[in-house]
Structures are given as structure tokens and as C-alpha cells.
Design a protein around this ligand. Structure first.
Ligand code: F6P
Length: 326
């Protein structure tokens, strides 16, 4: 039998659709295991301030389908300091909370790892970020929904691009990673995709436009990840416009629309599985790990590994774009 009696749960960093489904799963699995669940508001900021309440099963009713996070989220500068983390520990002691589940990305797990080490608190992380850029899990909560949002938007832009014979550069989120861009590009039949993981070769883009695009197509879509290294969608569009003044070029930045909305069925199931798995892991005396999904099975990945290792892009999908965009 585990000694854990009270589990705190928080969401931190950028929100992602499906975080509520994960909160629901953690709260209910905690209660199912005979423990008490405490919701901590505003991420680590709320932990430092003691902004937390006990949650019943009913408190998480009717949220599985909602975007955002009922616990709110924040990026806490104070939690990056040892003093801030000590204050947070005092709050946990005062409330008798003996374990934590944190939902977020890289930054969230970096804080969790330090906090767990300094104060010997068992912490389990759930990957929640639309960017899907966490090593050790095939999917992060919110990624599938964000891709679907992008696909819906790009399909609409495709209609107007085709009507006006225009070439669109569409910027999607992904500060450091091209997962959203790549999957959305395949799903929308994009003519090209530019991601931070691969250096943009403008000559290659020009050669495609001159040899494949121009002779066969009157309109097109190039998806550009926000973190693309040569300056993003506007800069690339400018370079193309200079070389090809005959193209009618437009740029659309999809922005935070990608972070909201009702989670997809896939994200709801992933979040529910990971939420229950996180509580299971704590009951099993695990600590400083992220629960993830690999090949449809739950896995445990030490914080250390997921923080330090970069998740590789699926290069065969990149190649697929080249094959299918002729
Ligand atoms: O959640 C990750 C992410 O969507 C990145 O792709 C993006 O750069 C960032 O968040 C923007 O977040 P914010 O506007 O909250 O700083």
C-alpha cells in the first residue's frame, strides 16, 4: 500500500486542448484509489501562493469536452528559484499534500524535477502541449486537436487560394518543433513544409516552384512552422516574391486559434489514459517520471531523459511531402 494520501494536480506552461480531460482523469483516479485530490490553480504560481482546493468527483463533471484548463495555467519565474520552490514546499506541507501530478511540457518538467529532488516529493508528469515536442511519448495531449484545427483552417484557405490563383505561406505554431507543421502539411496536401529541424534551402524551394509548381499548378500552400530558422513565413514569402514577382502571394499566421477548442476524441482518450496512468504510477511509488504513450502502450520516462533528449521528426513524412506535391 502506498503512503500517499493527498495528490495535488496542476497545469503549467501553454494550455492545450485535452488538459481538462486529464485533470478529470487524475481527480477521479485519485479518489478511486482512496486518496484525496487537490486542484492547484495557476500552475506553479498557485502552488507558491497556496492557491489550491480539494476536488470532488463532481467538480470535474462536464469538462472532458472543454478546451483550456479549469485550473488555469501560468509560467512562473519565481518557481525557477530555490526560494520559490521552498515556498511551494511549505504550502504542500501545510495542506498535507504528499504527491503531485503536473501537466505541461519541457519547462513544467524541468521545474518538477528540481522540486522533487530538493524536497523529496514524488511527482509524475503528463505531457500536455500542442507542439508534441516531448521525447519519450508518441503523442502529447493537445497535438491532435491542434493539427485538426490547422487542417480545417488550411482547407478554407485552399478554397480562396485556388479561386484567386494565389500562393499562400501559412505559419503554424511550433516555437522549437515542426510536428504540427509536418502532420498538417501531409493532411492538407500542402505543396511544401518548412520546419525548424531542417535548414531551409531557398534554392530548393525556388527549384520546386520553377520546375514542379509553375508548370502544373495555379495555386499552392506552403506550411511554415513558427520556429523555422530563416525568419518565418513573412521573410520567406518576401524572398519568393522578389524572385517571382509574377506570383500572387499571401501570408496567414494562424496563431492562438491552435491552442483552443474542444479536444478531439483522440486527445480525450489519450488524456484519460495518461491521467489514470499518472495516479497508478504514484500508487506504485514512482517519482520524477513522465507517463507517455509509445506504440499505444503506457510508458514511464524519467524527467531527466524527456527534458534532455530531443524528439526526432518523422523524416519519412517530410519525404512524403516531396513525393506527393508534384
Ligand atoms: O504551447 C506551445 C506554444 O504553442 C508554442 O508553439 C508557441 O510558440 C507558444 O506556445 C506561444 O505561447 P504563448 O503565446 O503563451 O507565449
Amino acid at each position: 500500500m502506498s503512503k500517499i494520501k493527498r495528490i495535488g494536480i496542476l497545469t503549467s506552461g501553454g494550455d492545450a486542448p485535452g488538459m481538462n480531460a486529464a485533470i478529470r482523469a487524475v481527480v477521479r483516479a485519485t479518489i478511486y484509489n482512496g486518496c484525496e485530490a487537490y486542484g492547484i490553480y495557476d500552475g506553479y504560481e498557485g502552488l507558491i501562493k497556496g492557491n489550491m482546493v480539494r476536488m470532488s468527483s463532481h467538480d470535474v463533471s462536464n469538462i472532458i469536452q472543454r478546451g483550456g484548463t479549469i485550473l488555469k495555467t501560468a509560467r512562473s519565474a519565481e518557481f525557477r528559484t530555490t526560494e520559490g520552490r521552498s515556498k511551494a514546499h511549505e504550502q504542500l506541507k501545510e495542506k498535507g499534500i504528499d504527491a503531485l501530478v503536473v501537466i505541461g511540457g519541457d519547462g513544467t518538467f524541468t521545474g518538477a524535477r528540481l522540486f522533487g529532488q530538493e524536497h523529496d516529493i514524488p511527482i509524475v508528469g503528463i505531457p500536455g502541449t500542442i507542439d508534441n515536442d516531448l521525447y519519450g511519448t508518441d503523442y502529447t495531449i493537445g497535438y491532435d486537436t491542434a493539427v485538426n484545427t490547422v487542417v480545417e483552417a488550411v482547407d478554407k484557405i485552399r478554397d480562396t487560394a485556388s479561386a484567386h490563383n494565389r500562393l499562400f505561406f501559412i505559419e503554424v505554431m511550433g516555437r522549437d518543433a515542426g510536428f504540427i507543421a509536418l502532420r498538417a502539411a501531409v493532411a492538407t496536401g500542402a505543396e511544401g513544409v518548412l520546419v525548424p529541424e531542417v535548414e531551409t534551402d531557398l534554392d530548393e524551394l525556388f527549384s520546386y516552384l520553377e520546375n514542379d509548381y509553375k508548370p502544373h499548378k495555379s495555386s499552392g500552400i506552403v506550411i511554415v512552422a513558427e520556429g523555422e530558422k530563416s525568419g518565418g513565413a513573412y521573410t520567406i514569402a518576401e524572398s519568393v516574391a522578389k524572385r517571382h514577382p509574377e506570383y500572387d502571394i499571401r501570408v496567414t499566421v494562424l496563431g492562438h486559434i491552435q491552442r483552443g477548442g474542444s479536444p478531439s476524441g483522440f486527445d480525450r482518450v489519450t488524456a484519460s489514459r495518461l491521467g489514470a496512468a499518472a495516479v497508478d504510477a504514484l500508487m506504485d511509488d514512482q517519482k520524477s517520471i513522465m507517463v507517455g504513450i509509445v506504440n499505444n502502450e503506457i510508458v514511464h520516462v524519467p524527467f531527466n531523459r524527456t527534458i534532455k533528449q530531443a524528439k526526432p521528426l518523422n523524416r519519412s513524412l517530410l519525404n512524403l511531402i516531396n513525393i506527393l506535391s508534384i
